[in-house]
Design a protein around this ligand. Structure first.
Ligand SMILES: Nc1ncnc2c1ncn2[C@@H]1O[C@H](COP(=O)(O)OP(=O)(O)O)[C@@H](O)[C@H]1O
Ligand SMILES: [Mg+2]
Length: 146
């Protein structure tokens, strides 16, 4: 486990960009943390860190966004508005998780049973207006709710 204290959006970007260098095809990142804690900013920085200049926006309504052009494609999910496990199943998550790219899931803790066991969990905690605590689990951390 690794714990980072970020004191600015720029520091969060740096943490994400460093992580981006370690990602391989099939990497899955399960992000959890309240609204405004930095999950989308972190995802934007990962995509930038993979040298893609794709524009990252929250996939709240379309459920999955794909970003290409970088070292690896990124599949960006947001479980925030997913109503139930059935609508999640319809996304065909397994194909993404086992695919040729990196999968990033915001609000992964809403349906932790859908997250593969080898996923890396990253939690974001708001400490103050500009301070976040970012905790990265080890590579094959177990599902926290399993
Ligand atoms: N240290 C920090 N790390 C990340 N974001 C921060 C930080 N300090 C302030 N912020 C702000 O918090 C907000 C995070 O928003 P966002 O990434 O959309 O959160 P989430 O996706 O978790 O809802 C942004 O407006 C960002 O500028
Ligand atoms: Mg978000």
């Amino acid at each position: 486990m690794a714990i980072f204290i970020s004191n600015s959006p720029a520091e969060t970007e740096e943490i994400a960009q460093r992580l981006a260098e370690q990602l391989v095809a099939g990497s899955t990142l399960a992000l959890q943390g309240e609204l405004g804690s930095g999950k989308t900013l972190f995802t934007q920085s990962l995509v930038a860190g993979l040298n893609s200049d794709a524009t990252v926006t929250s996939p709240t309504f379309t459920i999955v966004h794909e970003y290409h052009g970088g070292r690896l494609p990124v599949y960006h999910f947001d479980f925030f508005r997913l109503e139930n496990r059935e609508s999640a199943r319809r996304l065909g998550l397994e194909d993404y998780f086992c695919g040729d790219g990196v999968s990033v899931v915001e609000w992964a803790d809403r349906f932790p049973e859908l997250i593969p066991e080898q996923a890396r969990w990253i939690s974001f905690e708001i400490k103050s207006e500009y301070q976040r605590i970012i905790t990265l689990s080890d590579q094959s951390h177990e599902n926290p709710r399993a």
